[in-house]
Design a protein around this ligand. Sequence first.
Ligand SMILES: N=CN[C@@H](CCC(=O)O)C(=O)O
Length: 348
Amino acid sequence: MKHFKFYDKQDVLSLTKIRRYETKLGERVQVSAGPHLLETTLQQSTAPFVLFGIPEDIGVKANMGIGGADSVWVPFLQSFLNIQSNDFLEGSNILLLGHFDFSDIESLIEQNAHDFDEKLEARRHAVNMIDDEVEQLVHMITQNKKIPVVIGGGHNNAYPCIKGAAKGFHKAGILPIAQINAINLDAHTDFRPMEGRHSGNGFTYAEADGYLEKYCVVGIHENYLPQNVWMDIVNNPFVDCITYEDIFVHEKRTFLQAIGHATGFTEDSLCGIEIDLDSVANVLSSASSPAGISIQHARQYINFTAADSKVAYLHICEGAAQLSNGRTSADTGKLISYLVSDFLKAKS
Ligand SMILES: N=CN[C@@H](CCC(=O)O)C(=O)O
């Protein structure tokens, strides 16, 4: 994990606005005992939740998407650490570990790959390196029976989250085999073919490698579902989906019924909870869209899945504060901080 930057108390407090007579989450969260003491920290910490960031957009670019998923981690922290510590959420049950910094890999690719094809190939190759480091961290966290709360980054990181959690919880004796389920609220299935690693095929690789058993994706947009992926889903009894159109256009079932279906489909094992922020209307991301669920729906999804599933991890991804095409949003970090706090409250 040579790309991981551990935080100390000072790092956290530098982003926390201290105010007399009030206490913020930044004053209450736990931090690591030091870069070389991760195992000891995880063994000794009383916090059941371990929060870290993967501010990278290599996976999105490797999927021919618009870069910028690396820009939301700091704005998220600035919001999250300044949430009031109170009876609703106190903060000391969170261990804030730090973030991955893969910017050296991206710089190398930019400097050395000559054209579009070479860059695409290099980025798909680089995603394997990201996979390995993220998997290692998720494995260590879950092996210590803690729940990772992961802020991306591209949706490519679903793969190392699933693989790391499956292996870690198996090693901890919680799972008989290294295999978990996953629920995903997303405009896309991210079940694209195995053409090299990128943000559009994390679940395909996880399933093919045997770490993902059942996968249910809620809210996919018919307009962005490739026919070959649709056929793969229809023919796979371990994969299920409910389209955005079936919920909000044809009204075949309500949003909460769709989530209930997803938690029911995956209830036999530990389950990774995933949300791609391109599912939320007008939130800045590579695949931003004016059509999508509301922020209220996203918060309900987090609340219900956290309460109704045996959670293996939470992964919130693809949000951006600034895209490589110049678009910006000051709100994405704050939205993510609401979703993380909703999750923590639902689990308390
Ligand atoms: N994780 C997102 N995957 C989508 C969106 C791609 C994009 O436009 O960035 C997909 O592969 O279709």
